[in-house]
Design a protein around this ligand. Sequence first.
Ligand SMILES: *[C@@H]1O[C@H](CO)[C@@H](O)[C@H](O)[C@H]1NC(C)=O
Ligand SMILES: *[C@@H]1O[C@H](CO)[C@@H](O)[C@H](O)[C@H]1NC(C)=O
Ligand SMILES: *[C@@H]1O[C@H](CO)[C@@H](O)[C@H](O)[C@H]1NC(C)=O
Ligand SMILES: *[C@@H]1O[C@H](CO)[C@@H](O)[C@H](O)[C@H]1NC(C)=O
Ligand SMILES: *[C@@H]1O[C@H](CO)[C@@H](O)[C@H](O)[C@H]1NC(C)=O
Ligand SMILES: [Zn+2]
Length: 463
Amino acid sequence: MVTKFLAIGLLGSALVALSDAAATKANQKAATTPSPTVDALLAVTSPAWLASITPITGLPTEVPSGTVPTGALATSIPGFNVSAYPTGWKTPPIDSDEVKAVISAIDWTKVPAAPTRTGKSNGDLVMTGYNENTDPYCWWSDTNCVKPKVDYLPEDIYYCPRPGDWGLTYDDGPFNPSDFSKLSDSPWAEPNLYNFLAAHNQKATLFYIGSNVVGFPAAAQRAIQDGLTICVHTWSHPQMTTKSNDEVVAEFYWTLRSIKESTGITPRCWRPPYGDVDDRVRAIAWQMGMRTIIWDEDTNDWNMPGDGGGNLSPNTVDGYFQGWIDAYKNGTDKTNGHIVLEHELNNATVSMAEKWLPTLQTTFNVVPVHECMNISNPYWEDNFVYATENGTASSSSASADPTTTDMSSALSTAPPASTETSNEDGALSASASAESQPTSGSSVMTVSSLSALMTAFFAVCLL
Ligand SMILES: *[C@@H]1O[C@H](CO)[C@@H](O)[C@H](O)[C@H]1NC(C)=O
Ligand SMILES: *[C@@H]1O[C@H](CO)[C@@H](O)[C@H](O)[C@H]1NC(C)=O
Ligand SMILES: *[C@@H]1O[C@H](CO)[C@@H](O)[C@H](O)[C@H]1NC(C)=O
Ligand SMILES: *[C@@H]1O[C@H](CO)[C@@H](O)[C@H](O)[C@H]1NC(C)=O
Ligand SMILES: *[C@@H]1O[C@H](CO)[C@@H](O)[C@H](O)[C@H]1NC(C)=O
Ligand SMILES: [Zn+2]
């Protein structure tokens, strides 16, 4: 069972990491109008349908303090029943009792009727037929929209407001060893990055793939023991706008459940794979307890050579990091902080992350996303109260209602018009047709190599 998750998981994450980054456009057409008033937001509560899920034993019940564990991780955890989960790296069935319970708990009158999008065989989205001028459903993949068209959903989080802040995020984890019987072959798998972060006294935000959590629940457990923040990154890493309403629910549900069972917490945050979100998907996520988090700077690290990676030169990625550091030091980057997309995906991305972190720490205020957003409660479990830039709130003041707290107020000022950097100029945009050519060479995942990996992925899924 574990093997199934691993075997498919590796290829899957290789593919899917192709990427959150690939979808990023050169110009962020950011909203410049004020956010909706907090009062207008749809009230949501802690997901009742997770109440029956009993976490494994030995988990922290509040933010841990003191020394963090650094030993080897167990390859499986007693009490974590892998058989209770659907097949990894496939959109889960929508007719299970558990998924049906969530579907019936959602107010579908508050889910905008955006058409379900289609994907091409190469993984790109079909953009034809969507009016990108009016952008009726705030579809990020087409317009980089982050401000929903309906007033009852909060604006996406996509940058840290305070200049000099570096919102540290790693997607696609937890990074599973390729073969649990030969751990020495996977020195970069977890707990490598988590131990490195601990050694450098650094917290981060992790966007977890449910299939990877079920493949390696001990790594998720370690993350929560280390005080890292966990958010959802879906079960099988699809373009979420291509999924039906019920499939969106299933992708979220099993990820939430796997995180709750392995860590004891219920995230109030998620990041769409490839950034692919519209108001339909946002509304379902919000009603399942999660606010959408994107990014405003992209390392494209997923595209470096490595297991499942691409052909982007590591020197190019080094150049992005150096450019961001230079721009901050020379005063050109002074309007706002950032949320930066990195991956715990393969040896190359983890190695790159560890190479740059010490330098980043001497330049920026490197923080998890909730910290720069003053979100003291990133989970529905009220006992977990994290430090923020305005201090650590007390448990009692940290209401679980996002309509009245931390989750809503942070983006009331005009966001940056364009904080994207040159590395996206040549990136394969999700809106580009399969025929369109990238404008510059080395930083680009070519359509044909993307296609080849997609084919490999689908071949595996048929097994
Ligand atoms: C694990 O889950 C499966 C499927 O839900 C169930 O049939 C089985 O009884 C569970 N095993 C344990 C030990 O709980
Ligand atoms: C600041 O650094 C950035 C990144 O290297 C560079 O593009 C920009 O030209 C520099 N500006 C000044 C005024 O030095
Ligand atoms: C990553 O692994 C590949 C082989 O899979 C190897 O060629 C490459 O040197 C490794 N990179 C790092 C940074 O360890
Ligand atoms: C966080 O709190 C600090 C201190 O009160 C404040 O300066 C900052 O603007 C707040 N940030 C956000 C995103 O609300
Ligand atoms: C921190 O800021 C958030 C939003 O900016 C606010 O809701 C919260 O009450 C503040 N906490 C403290 C301890 O000042
Ligand atoms: Zn991803």
